[in-house]
Each structure stands twice: as structure tokens, then as C-alpha cells.
Design a protein around this ligand. Structure first.
Ligand code: B12
Ligand code: SF4
Ligand code: SF4
Length: 281
């Protein structure tokens, strides 16, 4: 497609704004490119839907795993916030309190919506919730297609700047804009895969899906060897064993602080260009 000067300028403006509002990385991708993408297509074929309590939260009225799109959504702006190893609290759940990293992501979405609706009132903005079951999208697929990085052998988005240590969010836009991806980047090609060895549940030790069986060439952890059920088991244990701690910022009573496993993320051998060297962490 040939893009007008206005479309190109608007794309640049919105990406710049996302960064001004706190995103460390941002990209654009056409909604059509994401519809019925690899994650959505695999979902009904999954060996078991671990943590199926997500299914209880379906508010879209669609089958579990299906993505709800508004008819006028044309482009997705997907952004990332760095979650460095030396700020683990960005990812902690204190009781029911949203982790600080999650709050920041939601705030960026809100600011983008307010800004776009004020400056470009003809554009509708659809902030995407975290859960696909509640109207969200598959964020890693979107980030790869928008050029933020690639899918790693740890089944996480790996970005050139921050490795896998990012969290994602997106807003849908009712305007066609040029896509910013995908990019040529693959740190896994020449890597011994320490991420897989680091998993406390051995979630990468078995081929769960094959191209032949699923008809898909994009599989979890690329080769189909990420087993969601085992990973989810670890998450459940993290919840059950969360220590009671006093976090004065949130309450004056001790509450459980859940630190979900990040071993496959922290053990990734790739160090992003904007990350400090390991010794400095
Ligand atoms: C449900 C969920 C979970 C569940 C199930 C995970 C799963 N993968 O099935 C549980 C609770 C187990 C979980 C665990 C974790 N999660 Co989680 N999770 C989600 C959620 C809400 C949906 C993911 C999902 O259901 N995917 C569906 C399945 C079918 O897809 P999949 O296993 O990822 O496999 C697909 C990709 O690999 C893709 N793919 C492979 N190659 C290629 C190539 C291309 C070009 C493309 C387009 C796609 C593609 O195709 C596969 C399907 O065939 C997303 C948020 C969101 N809305 O997207 C966060 C999300 C994926 N989780 C995230 C994180 C960080 C984690 C954990 C580290 C825990 C933690 N501390 O937060 C672990 C990591 C597990 C891992 N190594 O994959 C981040 C990932 C950030 C990143 N850098 O990638 C996300 C995006 C949330 C966020 N706030 O940013 N998660
Ligand atoms: S988050 Fe933990 S349990 Fe899940 S795949 Fe990664 S290392 Fe394994
Ligand atoms: S440890 Fe190596 S194989 Fe695993 S995600 Fe990082 S770069 Fe890829």
C-alpha cells in the first residue's frame, strides 16, 4: 500500500507519544495481519487448556481463545515497558493490588486514548485489556508483527533493546497506518538455550505440538516444545507459597506478595542493547 504523508506523519506522532507517556518501545501493525494469527489458531488445538479458570472470565461472548475485534479497528499500536531484573517489584502482585508495571501499562493506554481523542477526534481508540477472554489480543504476536522483536525459544518476545524483560499492552485504532515491522532479529539461532534448562518445571522438555499435527508453522517456543500446563502449575505454586509481607505503600497489614516465576526470562543469554551488563545488575 502507498501511504500518504499524513498517514506517515500520524504514525510517527503516535509512536512518539507512546514513548513520551512511558513506553520504552512501540510499534504499529495492521489489525488484518493479526486476525486469526498463530496463537488464536493454535488455541482450540491446545492439548489442554491449563488454568482454564480464564474460561470463567469470558466476557466477549466468543469461544475460549478467540479474539474480539471491533469492525472499525484497522491498526494496533502495541507497546512495551521494560521490566529489568533489578526492579522485580514491577511484576509483583501484593494481595489483589495490580503490579506497578501493569499500572504503568494501563496508564499509557489511558493517556494515548485521551491524547488521540483530543487531537484527532475522528479516530476511535480501543484500549485492549490484558486477558484475551475480556477483549484483549495476543500481545506477543502483535509485538512481533509490529517489529518490536522476535519470538524466542523461551516462548517470549525477545527485543533487541531489553531482551525478554518487557511487558506488553496495546490499543486498537480506527485508522489505517503503516506497519513498523516485522524486523530481522534472531538471538536464538546460535544459543545453547539456557532458558529451557532454567525452567523449574521442565516446561520445555517435551514436544507438545508438531507442524504436521497442527498445520501451523508458528508453534509455542518455535518448535512446539513449551508445555503450558507445567508452567501454569508453577504459577499456581507461586500463588500458594506467596509470603506474607508488609508493603506499607498498599496496606498496614501484611499481605501475600506473589512473585511469579521469571526463570525463562532472566536466564535468557541475550542481553539487550539498553540493558546494563550482567555484573552491574
Ligand atoms: C494466558 C497467559 C499466560 C498463561 C499461559 C501461557 C501460554 N503461553 O499459553 C500462563 C499463566 C502459564 C503464563 C505464563 C507466563 N507469562 Co503470560 N500471558 C498470558 C496471556 C494473557 C495470553 C497468552 C496466550 O494465551 N497465548 C496463547 C498460546 C497458544 O500461545 P503461545 O504459547 O504464546 O504460543 C504462540 C507464540 O509462541 C506464537 N509464535 C511462535 N512463533 C511465532 C512467530 C511469529 C511471526 C508470530 C506472529 C507468532 C509466533 O505462536 C504460538 C502459537 O502457535 C499473555 C497476554 C496477552 N494478552 O497476550 C501473557 C504474556 C504472554 N505473559 C507474559 C509473561 C511475562 C509470562 C511469564 C514469564 C510469567 C510472568 N512472570 O509474568 C510466563 C512465561 C511463560 C512462557 N515462557 O511462555 C508476557 C510476555 C512478555 C514477553 N516478553 O513476551 C505477556 C505478553 C503478558 C504481558 N503483560 O506482557 N502466561
Ligand atoms: S515462567 Fe517459569 S515455569 Fe513458566 S516456562 Fe518460564 S521458567 Fe518455566
Ligand atoms: S536463552 Fe538463547 S535460546 Fe533461550 S530465548 Fe534467550 S537467546 Fe533464545
Amino acid at each position: 500500500m502507498d501511504w500518504s504523508e499524513e498517514q506517515t506523519a500520524l504514525a510517527e506522532e503516535l509512536l512518539r507519544k507512546a514513548e513520551e507517556f512511558g513506553a520504552d518501545l512501540a510499534g504499529l501493525v495492521s489489525a488484518d495481519r493479526l486476525k486469526n494469527g498463530p496463537s488464536e489458531r493454535l488455541f482450540p488445538k491446545m492439548r489442554d487448556h491449563a488454568r482454564d479458570h480464564f474460561a470463567e472470565q469470558i466476557t466477549t461472548g466468543l469461544p475460549h481463545g478467540a479474539v474480539k475485534w471491533e469492525p472499525e479497528e484497522k491498526t494496533v499500536l502495541v507497546f512495551a515497558v521494560s521490566h529489568p531484573e533489578d526492579k522485580p517489584e514491577m511484576d509483583w502482585w501484593c494481595g489483589e493490588v495490580n503490579p506497578p508495571g501493569n499500572k504503568l501499562l494501563a496508564e499509557i493506554s489511558r493517556k494515548l486514548k485521551a491524547y488521540i481523542e483530543e487531537q484527532h477526534p475522528d479516530i476511535h481508540v480501543y484500549p485492549k485489556p490484558y486477558h484475551v477472554e475480556k477483549g484483549g489480543i495476543y500481545l506477543k504476536d502483535a509485538a512481533v508483527e509490529a517489529g518490536l522483536g522476535c519470538m524466542g525459544r523461551n516462548n517470549l518476545l525477545i527485543t533487541p533493546e531489553y531482551g525478554a524483560k518487557v511487558r506488553l499492552r496495546a490499543v486498537g485504532l480506527s485508522v489505517e497506518l503503516p506497519s513498523s515491522g516485522p524486523v530481522e532479529f534472531d538471538p536464538c539461532q546460535s544459543c545453547a538455550r539456557p532458558c529451557a534448562d532454567a525452567c523449574p518445571k521442565g516446561a520445555f522438555s517435551e514436544t507438545v505440538y508438531t507442524k504436521a499435527e497442527t498445520g501451523l508453522c508458528r508453534l509455542p517456543a518455535r518448535e512446539g516444545d513449551y508445555y503450558r500446563k507445567l508452567c501454569a502449575l508453577e504459577m499456581e505454586e507461586n500463588e500458594k507459597t506467596a509470603p506474607l509481607e508488609l508493603v506499607l505503600e498498599y496496606a498496614d497489614e501484611p499481605m501475600p506478595v506473589i512473585r511469579y516465576c521469571r526463570a525463562c526470562e532472566f536466564s535468557c543469554g541475550y542481553r539487550g542493547s539498553r540493558e546494563p551488563a550482567k555484573a552491574d545488575v
